[in-house]
Design a protein around this ligand. Sequence first.
Ligand SMILES: Nc1ncnc2c1ncn2[C@@H]1O[C@H](COP(=O)(O)OP(=O)(O)OP(=O)(O)O)[C@@H](O)[C@H]1O
Ligand SMILES: [Mg+2]
Length: 342
Amino acid sequence: MSKILLGLDIGTHTIKCVQLSREKEITALLAAGYIPTPISSISSNTQNDEKVIAGSINRLVHDMKVSTTDVVVSLPSSKVITRVVQIPIMSEKELDSSIQWEAEQYIPWQLSQVKIDYDIILRDESAGKMSVLMVAAPIILIEKYMRLITLSGLNPIALEPDILAVTRVISEGFETLPNILVASIGATTTDIALIRDKILIYTKSYPVGGSTLTKAIAEELGFEASQAEEYKKTYGFEEDKLEGKIAKILMPYFTNILNEMEKTITYFKEQYPKEEIKLAVINGGTARIPQLMTLMTKNIGIDSQISNPLSVLSIDPNILPIVSPDSPIYTTAVGLAMKEVE
Ligand SMILES: Nc1ncnc2c1ncn2[C@@H]1O[C@H](COP(=O)(O)OP(=O)(O)OP(=O)(O)O)[C@@H](O)[C@H]1O
Ligand SMILES: [Mg+2]
C-alpha cells in the first residue's frame, strides 16, 4: 500500500502545498500548488486572520483535488530554535531527563513555554561526546499552527522547522556530496544552513528576503510595490540591463547574505579542517532572481545551484510542465511530505 501525505509550507508571501505518495523506494508527486498568503499575515494573531489563512489553505487543497487530509506542516525557522549541541555521552533515558537543562542555555524563553524535541545525530565514543539536534518551539506557536490546520479541514500529523524539511530534500538530491551549504531565501527570511553527511549541523535565520528587495526598489525608484516586484523579477542582478540600476539597489542586501554565507563556510572549515564544501544549494522563491547563481558562485567561491526538489521525485508527465518552472519554491513542502511518520 502506498502512503499518501501532504506537505504544507505557510510562508509570509506564499502558501505552498504538495501531495506525495510513497511506495517502497518510489516517491511520486501527485499534486502541487501555491496561493498568495492573505494580507492578514501569518505573523498576526487575531482569530479572524487565522480564519482567513485557513480559508486560503482550504481553497488551495481543494483546487489540488487532494486525496488525503494528513499533512506535515512547517514552522518558520526564524520562530524556533534549531541547534546542534555537543554534550557528554549519555543514554537516551539520561538525555531525556537532562535535555531541558541542556536546552536552557540556548533558549531565550521560559522553559515552561516551549516544547523541546531532540534527536541524537552522532555519538563519538572516543571523544566521549555526542551531537544532539535540538528543536525548541514556543507552545503558543505550535497551538496556533494546530488551530490553523484543523480550521482548514486538514489533519496535522507532524510539525517541523522548515530548514529540516529542506535538509531532507537537498541531502537526497545530492547524495554523493558529503557537505553542502544551503541558503533558503524566502520573502522575509533567509535561512543559512550546513548539511554534513545528510545531517543538518548548523542553521541560522536572517530577517532579509524578497520582500525586502521589492521594498528597496519601490523606495529607491518611487515605484508601486507591484511594479517594483516586476522589475526585481525581470532584471535582478543583470548588469547590462537598465545600466545595472536594479542590481545596484539589490546589492547591499545581498552583500549581507553573502557575508553570512562566507562566515558559515569559515565556521565549517574551523570545525572540519580536512573537509571541503563543494556546493551551495539555493532555494525559496528569491532563488529565482536573475543572475543570482552567477553572483553567488563568484562571491563565495563555491559552485551554486538552484534547488530542484522535483529531481528526487517521480512525476506524472502531465503535471511536470505545470510545476517545474516554480520548482525551487516547493523544496520545503516536498521535504515535509517526505518525512517518515508512523
Ligand atoms: N522569478 C522570481 N524572481 C525573483 N524573485 C521571485 C521570483 N519568484 C518569486 N520571487 C520572490 O520570492 C518570494 C516568495 O518566495 P517564497 O514563497 O519562498 O517565500 P515565503 O516562503 O512566502 O517567505 P518566508 O519563508 O520568508 O516567509 C517573494 O519575495 C517573491 O517576490
Ligand atoms: Mg518560506
